[in-house]
Design a protein around this ligand. Structure first.
Ligand code: ADP
Ligand code: MG
Length: 724
């Protein structure tokens, strides 16, 4: 099929109606999850109690309980036509891993029966050697295993019972994203609790909350399959800008096209059945770009749900004749996709730690945590950037769209003023921060309207938005754990230090509020003119200013990643128990290796497409032009009548020669890079290769501009971006 047939076919495609279940979302919400309601229904009283202790109090799961749970779970699963079971985990690749086992066993009478016991529920040994591990198992134990994480509910996908698990080596090193995330959740809870208890003695646990906003592109699957670069690398490696892209801002919040709307409906229904509280759907800024967001929830669960949604999107898009692109920058010249991580902390007594309180006491607690977040972000700004750095997100960071490759925090005017006022108070003042219900002392106040009316700065990578921080630098294809683990660990360390400083003030005989203020003030003084930045993050002047302030301005991904091994990072992660040094080292090996491989693949695909797709089309067109020149010469005896054609031939020759030279140079560079044994140095070399791609693209895009449209073999931007 040629390009025009593909395009015509896309235009003619009809919307596939979503499968609407009977009843309202509230009726089918969570029906495919073994949630607390199902636990009550399917488990005996003793098993239920033991399991809830595992979930709520972190008790270990014993075999007897596991057997009891498996029994009830099996009954529920069989009623839902489940035939297979899998441990569902999040290795250091993109996406999730699953290995399905049928539930059947011989019954000893020549037939089979369905079986499922506590052992199958609690633990499995997948062939761990095929997952990235950065050499960790060479150093430690060869085997790895998956173990059920009872805080993540079991769910059903198609005919399979999915058991969310952690994935660790036999000696306990984390081989996945979930294990360190869980450690960081505990670390931040343990560190925050003694401070929370100064205000709320009833609190016994601090939760991290996550509300992710998933951006994505949809592209018609026939056009997608005609673009090898999209299929293999997830992004277009070339393509001339469409005459119209997002300059009219007419896509954002516009009416959703019906084919897309049906896809979204199906996705929402599937999500709701899996207990994922999908709430928002809308068009994004770029053409064919969309966003989906749930109601926020406990971070571990919400992150699982994001992984589930990413899987669902992929499957459901196919049904509607689309492919979903989760790559951070599938198309040059229009916005890329991120995944805002809305993050906050709250207690098991229902208090939000990053939202203004109801009274002066609540406001002091809020300001305490607020300031400590900023301090943690300042201390580890380079590391937080490293936590979101990847070969794919690199195309988005610093590309004059959210966010720049510098981590700063946006506070908004109200909170900036509050912090300045607090600094001005003389030491020893028993401060009261008036709020909704507080009596105003005329000193420091957080007005009620502020909560619903926080100003926005879209250029900030880490913005306070009234009751949470929005970490906007996270990439659309990323596992949120990478960013959340670092953020929580950094916060835990900061809170430990803050508590120590506070204890010193208290030891001087100061009352609680005075001691807190005296411990906070030096921190406030140290952050206001460093990490806090409300200006335009895209402004070039900010790069210089940020460097002057001592913020990390590194733009090379392999270098950013090194930050994980800096003494400050190692100290922070080991002290909070989130990563051991060998884990950090091995993870960096994986990150560098992944970076190199991604660039390697892109550079190969680009070279092959240039030679096999682009050059032949250009040569074909050149042949036509040459024929015109030849005929003109024959007919008119001179070349005067075909100057334009000759100029075009020159341009084609020039572009083709440039392409050839650049492809050769890339091959040479890859050869050299491949010979390097250190993963870090190899990644640095591949970073150099990544920089060879844009100039090669330029020549290809130039050819696209002149070659006859009917000869161009690949779907163009204007076709890929405007059909749905
Ligand atoms: P916007 O586009 O304005 O950022 P959205 O509605 O698209 O807002 O997404 C906001 C996300 O933040 C939602 O997932 C929402 O549930 C989440 N959120 C709201 N409050 C909190 C909070 N306290 N902690 C974590 N996430 C939150
Ligand atoms: Mg947002």
């Amino acid at each position: 099929m040629n390009r025009f047939d593909l395009v015509k076919e896309c235009f003619e495609k009809q919307a596939v109606p979503a499968e609407r279940p009977a009843g309202l979302p509230s009726e089918y919400f969570g029906e495919l999850v073994f949630d607390r309601a199902k636990m009550k229904k399917y488990l005996d009283a003793q098993t239920l109690k033991s399991l809830l202790d595992c979930i709520d109090k972190g008790h270990p799961l014993d075999r007897k309980t596991a057997d009891g749970v498996a029994l009830g779970m099996k009954e529920w699963a069989l009623q839902n036509h489940v035939t297979h079971v899998t441990h569902w985990f999040q290795p250091l690749t993109e996406g999730t891993a699953e290995k399905h086992d049928s539930l059947i066993e011989y019954d000893g009478k020549g037939g089979v029966i369905e079986t499922f016991d506590g052992k199958a529920l609690a633990q499995q040994e997948p062939d761990a050697s095929s997952f990235p591990n950065g050499g960790i198992r060479a150093t430690f134990e060869a085997r790895g295993y998956t173990a059920w994480d009872p805080t993540s509910p079991v769910f059903i996908q198609d005919d399979t019972l999915c058991i969310p698990t952690i994935f660790i080596s036999y000696t306990g090193e984390a081989l996945d994203y979930k294990t360190p995330l869980k450690r960081s959740l505990k670390a931040v809870s343990d560190a925050a609790l003694p401070i929370v208890r100064l205000f709320d003695p009833e609190a016994s646990k601090v939760y991290s909350y996550l509300g992710w906003e998933q951006e994505y592109f949809l592209i018609d699957e026939s056009l997608y399959s005609a673009r090898p670069d999209l299929m293999i690398t997830g992004r277009t490696l070339f393509g001339h800008n469409s005459s119209k892209n997002q300059q009219l801002d007419d896509h954002y919040f516009a009416a959703i096209p019906s084919r897309v709307a049906e896809f979204m409906r199906d996705l929402e229904i599937a999500g709701h059945r899996l207990g994922i509280p999908i709430k928002t759907r809308h068009n994004e800024v770029a053409p064919n770009q969309f966003e989906l967001a749930p109601i926020y929830g406990e971070a571990n669960l919400s992150n699982d749900q994001n992984q589930m949604v990413m899987n669902l999107m992929d499957k459901i898009a196919r049904k509607h004749g689309f492919v979903v692109l989760l790559h951070e920058k599938p198309f040059e010249g229009v916005n890329g996709s991120g995944k805002h991580n809305n993050w906050s902390l709250g207690t098991d007594t229902g208090k939000q730690l990053l939202a203004p309180g109801k009274d002066a006491d609540g406001n002091l607690m809020f300001v305490t945590f607020f300031v400590n977040v900023l301090a943690a972000v300042q201390r580890h700004n380079g590391l937080l950037k490293a936590s979101i750095a990847s070969a794919t997100n690199a195309h988005r960071l610093g590309g004059n769209e959210a966010p720049p490759a510098i981590i700063s925090a946006f506070l908004g005017k109200t909170m900036t003023d509050v912090l300045h006022k607090l600094l001005e108070l003389p030491s020893g003042t028993p401060i009261e921060i008036a709020g909704k219900k507080g009596r105003s002392l005329g000193l420091v106040e957080i007005p009620e309207i502020f909560v619903d009316n926080t100003d926005r700065n879209r250029t900030s990578p880490f913005a306070f938005t009234g009751n949470r921080f929005e970490f906007r630098a996270v990439g659309s294809s990323a596992n949120c754990s990478g960013a959340l683990t670092t953020l929580n660990a950094a916060m835990a360390e900061q809170l430990l230090d803050f508590k120590a400083a506070l204890d010193k003030e208290t030891a001087k005989g100061k009352e609680r509020n005075v001691a807190i203020m005296d411990a906070l003030k030096p921190i406030i003084a140290s952050i206001l003119d460093v990490v806090c930045f409300d200006g335009n993050g895209y402004d070039e002047a900010w790069q210089k200013e940020a460097a002057r302030r001592g913020l990390d301005v590194q733009t090379s991904v392999p270098e950013m990643i090194r930050e994980f091994l800096s003494p400050a990072s190692v100290e922070m992660f080991t002290r909070t128990g989130v990563y051991s040094l060998p884990e950090l080292e091995s993870r960096n090996e994986v990150k560098w290796e992944t970076y190199s491989k991604k660039v390697q693949i892109e550079s190969r695909v680009m070279a092959r497409m240039a030679v096999n797709h682009i050059a032949p089309a250009a040569l074909e067109y050149k042949t036509r032009l040459l024929k015109i020149v030849k005929l003109t010469k024959e007919a008119c005896g001179s070349l005067d009548g075909c100057r334009a054609e000759m100029e075009m031939i020159d341009r084609i020759n020039h572009d083709l020669a440039d392409i050839n030279a650049r492809v050769d140079a890339m091959v040479e560079a890859r050869k050299k890079a491949n010979a390097i044994s250190s993963e870090y140095e190899k990644a640095v070399a591949y970073h150099g290769i990544a920089e060879l791609l844009p100039p090669l693209r330029k020549s290809i895009d130039d050819l696209e501009e002149i070659v006859d449209n009917s000869l161009w073999p690949l779907p163009k931007y204007r076709e890929m971006l405007f059909i749905s």
